[in-house]
Design a protein around this ligand. Structure first.
Ligand SMILES: Nc1nc2c(ncn2[C@@H]2O[C@H](COP(=O)(O)OP(=O)(O)O)[C@@H](O)[C@H]2O)c(=O)[nH]1
Ligand SMILES: [Mg+2]
Length: 283
């Protein structure tokens, strides 16, 4: 991981997020729509308690729409709402206000009953590294009127980003750790580029991705690499991909390093099509 997680670090992060939770009305948790389970923090429920939460299934431009919709149904409950999101385009932003209104109806009614009609909701953003927290905050800030500085006497050192939708975001997101002790989770994070290629050598990683895709998305693999048929053997498929792309060293030997880099890059950029590596009942 870009961040070195160790027990002391986790405890500190957990404590900081819990402190910040006291300052906000709701949490926006960012996950990767391609790996909804693997991009979750294992303690998120415990950390957030009953704080209303919106789960943004971000990078939805890269996931299968129908499966993302299944996830949305699967994750939504009284205090938790999920939506598909694209933090590069901001698609989904216009739904956030409505979801907050649903989640915070009691608070809003209480305020309105006092005759106050103009108020803001304060929200903090949390998520594992590379899920899109900064991109999301930037998109929200683009729709912002001003960045509020410290207000004298009020929560010193906390910076709030104002937006046009009567929402203020805590400007530093809570960075959470994934469930990295689980091998499949590690692979999924590596496939999607959430962790850089340090989990294993990239040739093995690419081979594992081919294995996954030949089983679940064979047509995407065939179409992208113009393969007429697929083998059950991932290495044979990797060879064929290498040949199709001219990733050959000498005497027909495949340049596996080149194939691996190309395949992972293309997968992460969505060039193999919209792919969901986890479905609601998988893992
Ligand atoms: N395709 C796609 N890429 C995204 C999306 N949101 C973020 N990214 C990319 O994911 C990477 C990590 O995003 P970043 O905002 O830095 O994540 P953070 O570590 O959670 O702050 C960057 O390369 C972003 O451009 C999205 O909705 N779709
Ligand atoms: Mg960031």
């Amino acid at each position: 991981m870009a961040i070195n997680w160790f027990p002391g670090h986790m405890a500190k992060t957990r404590r900081q997020i819990k402190e910040n939770l006291k300052l906000v009305d709701a949490v926006i948790e960012i996950r990767d729509a391609r790996i909804v389970k693997s991009s979750a923090n294992p303690e998120i429920e415990e950390i957030c308690g009953d704080k209303p939460r919106i789960i943004l299934l971000n990078k939805a431009d890269l996931s299968e729409k129908e499966i993302t919709n299944q996830w949305i149904r699967n994750l939504s409950k009284q205090n938790v709402k999920a939506i598909a999101f694209n933090a590069l385009t901001g698609e989904g932003t216009n739904k956030i206000r409505g979801l907050l209104d649903e989640l915070l109806k009691e608070k809003h009614d209480r305020i309105k009953n006092k005759g106050i009609m103009k108020f803001v909701d304060r929200v903090m953003v949390v998520g594992i590294p590379n899920g899109g927290k900064s991109s999301f905050i930037n998109k929200m800030a683009k729709a912002s009127v001003a960045k509020t500085g410290d207000k004298p006497g009020v929560t010193k050192s906390k910076q709030w980003i104002k937006t046009k939708m009567d929402v203020e975001l805590l400007d530093t997101p809570g960075v959470l750790w994934p469930k990295f002790e689980d091998e499949q989770v590690g692979l999924n994070l590596a496939f999607t580029g959430a962790i850089k290629d340090e989990i294993m050598d990239i040739e093995t990683l690419a081979l594992k991705l081919i294995e996954k895709l030949q089983g679940e998305y064979p047509e995407n693999l065939k179409t992208r690499y113009k393969l007429e048929t697929l083998s059950d053997n991932a290495l044979e498929n990797m060879d064929n991909i290498g040949r199709k792309r001219g990733a050959v060293i000498s005497r027909g030997e495949i340049d596996y390093n080149r194939v691996a880099i190309m395949l992972l890059d293309e997968f992460r950029a969505g060039k193999l099509g919209k792919i969901s590596l986890e479905k609601p009942d998988s893992i």
